[in-house]
Ligand binder design. Sequence first.
Ligand SMILES: [Zn+2]
Length: 421
Amino acid sequence: MQTPLTLGKFSFGMGDRFAHQAAAQLRACQLAAQHGVDVVPVWNKSNREHTFIGSEPQSVFGAAQAAVHRLGWRAPWHVDADHIRLETVDRFVACSDFFTIDVADSIAKPAPAADLAAFVERHPELVGTVRIEGVAQPFELTRSELERISGKYMLAVQDAGRIYRHVAAAKGEGKFIAEVSMDETDAPQTPPELLVILALIADEKIKAQTIAPKFTGRFNKGVDYVGDLAQFELEFNEDLAVIAHAVSRYGLPANLKLSVHSGSDKFSLYPIIRRALRRTGAGVHVKTAGTTWLEEVIGLSEAGGEGLALVQEMYGYALAHVDELCAPYASVIDIDRTQLPSAEVVAGWSGSRMANAVRHIPGHPEFNANIRQLLHVSFKLAAQKGGVYLDLLGRNEAIVAKNVTENLFDRHLKPLLIDLD
Ligand SMILES: [Zn+2]
């Protein structure tokens, strides 16, 4: 049998809404390689994003492949069908080799009672005191607690199994990387819940290589983490221990690792994740989502002229349509509207003033997280500009690419993974 397609230890999920920055993103991975760290680039774009922009999944593959050729990249790279479900997966199958199977919507929906009873019967090791290497306080699970947890997640995992087998039937088992994601839900999954979820995944015979739980705290789009850092650290470390345990106990793929759907720019979590990776030797997949689009905004601002004018125009429009633009993202943004300057004020800004307002350097006197979040959810406005926007990107390629690469390398890869040991 051929060796199954295996995801490397460190991988980065990158969004590229308008399919123009793949080379600049790949350049950041090249810089990491020059520092001795192999980072596998994974280009991801969700069905929702394709719908908003009017693009096809094949375009993500095309842009990635062109970047790989242009930069002479010989290491692995992947294209992620991001947050797919059974009803949306089909148009991603041919051009993706990584599938983020999103089953959050099925959490807490009832599974067949007989399946549930059989699972609990099959797993006496999950009842009582569960000792896991690396977890200081053993988990205490009563039988009814195990019934509650498995009841909450069984249907979701069964759904994941249906999607997994659907993809496997089309592409062949071992020809794709599977991630199970449960992050787009309100309540975080605790480490004991993760353990039960992994047992369910193993029983469902899903060869998951990454698992994306919902972590504690708020993961707002494009801005830093809001939550209890000590609690996050405890849970993250226990999750790593749970995964290592589940791999050996349930025969899940040896490279199974955590996937952090960061919503981009969770800078205050990076030292915690870095410490954990250093201590355990574990790998990680970090999805940075769509802030590349904001680097385009920053680059066009710095370019001045028509680029800056377009950014200022989009800001004015976004400000006037703030409710409508924010509605689909209400649960993942926190905008203080009193801190949004008027369109007239912003129209008078220089390119560097505009860029500084958007560029995510916490503590920078001109940084404005409210403007940043508003523009982050306003990418549809650029999509509506169509050729005008893409033409500006083309004409200002160098300055935009510089911002894209620097952002990914200096603010993400470096603090997380460079000089880890
Ligand atoms: Zn996600």
